[in-house]
Design a protein around this ligand. Structure first.
Ligand code: NAG
Ligand code: NAG
Ligand code: NAG
Ligand code: NAG
Length: 271
């Protein structure tokens, strides 16, 4: 009975050794050699059993440690999962931010290209205006009648020749003929001021556009001892049209160093 128990224990032991990859042939030999003496064998078995128990305890401890480690790992794993999920969310947010940025960049690019187009068209409009402006004649004059006092009266109308040139940009006014000739078609502004100092006489001037009067201004010099008339017009002229002032017959006009009697005109715009 004792032998069979010992043998069972031996078998279990062999099986365990085998399971741990021990050389069975060698073990069998060892056991066989040892079992020659029953006492030796028993003591051997007990020793092995003690070893087994110690190992089992060790295994238990190891298992407990492993379990603890596994729990720790599970916890770490959970933490990592949370972190990964947070990272994934951040990544998603970043992706959507990138998409938004890309959209904004695209919008800005479009706006930029619109602005470029507008700048180009503005530049070409400015260039055109500069060309037009460069091509537009500069016309402006102011002239005074004379420094020598009275002119007239005559028994016919005469064209007044304003000989004192203050400005005559473009030379459209001729001081020798007293005639302004429009260099281009356009809107022009003209004004004049006439003065006289003879008592009981009439001051009368007419503004002519080609052969037609634009205005006839006159005043009788009675109590003051001096009279004056003035007027101003914006006139649409064709190129080559003429403008001039005429002194009416039996009328006189005065000018001196005070520049009382003057005639002015300038081009407002062409066309
Ligand atoms: C097992 O032991 C026997 C006897 O000691 C030996 O002849 C054999 O080579 C060993 N086998 C292995 C795989 O080590
Ligand atoms: C078993 O005993 C024999 C004879 O005494 C010996 O030659 C052999 O080496 C022993 N084997 C082991 C594994 O102790
Ligand atoms: C112009 O004539 C008016 C009267 O018609 C007179 O009162 C005024 O003083 C005159 N001005 C000049 C500068 O001679
Ligand atoms: C009249 O015009 C001339 C020429 O520009 C100038 O020298 C003179 O001082 C002017 N007279 C007055 C009173 O301003």
């Amino acid at each position: 009975m004792k032998t069979s128990v010992s043998f069972l224990v031996l078998l279990l032991f062999l099986d365990w050794k085998w399971a741990r990859g021990i050389n069975i042939t060698q073990m069998k030999e060892e056991c066989f050699n040892k079992s020659r003496s029953q006492t030796d064998f028993d003591s051997h078995v007990w020793t092995e059993l003690r070893e087994l128990r110690d190992m089992a305890i060790e295994q238990k401890v190891e298992l407990r440690n492993s379990n603890r480690r596994m729990e720790e790992l599970e916890q770490e794993n959970m933490v990592l999962r949370v972190q990964v999920s947070a990272s994934e969310n951040q990544l998603k947010e970043l992706k959507s931010e990138i998409t938004n940025l890309q959209d904004r960049v695209a919008t800005l690019e479009n706006q930029n290209s619109d602005i470029k187009t507008r700048v180009i068209s503005t530049e070409s409009a400015v260039e055109e205006l500069q060309r037009e402006n460069a091509g537009r004649p500069k016309v402006a004059f102011t002239v005074g009648l004379t420094d020598n006092g009275q002119i007239g009266p005559f028994n016919t109308e005469i064209t007044l020749k304003f000989g004192k040139v203050f400005t005559n940009i473009g030379d459209a006014y001729s001081p020798t003929t007293g005639i302004f000739t429009a260099p281009v078609k356009g809107a022009y502004y003209f004004r004049f001021n006439a003065w006289d100092a003879r008592l009981s006489n009439v001051l009368g001037v007419k503004l002519f556009h080609n052969t037609k009067t634009v205005t006839y201004c006159y005043d009788v010099n009675d109590n003051h001892g001096y009279v004056n008339v003035s007027n101003g017009f914006v006139l649409q002229l064709e190129k080559g049209d003429v403008i001039y002032l005429v002194l009416r017959s039996d009328s006189a006009i005065w000018d001196d160093v005070n520049n009382r009697t003057t005639f002015s005109g300038f081009l407002l715009f062409t066309g």
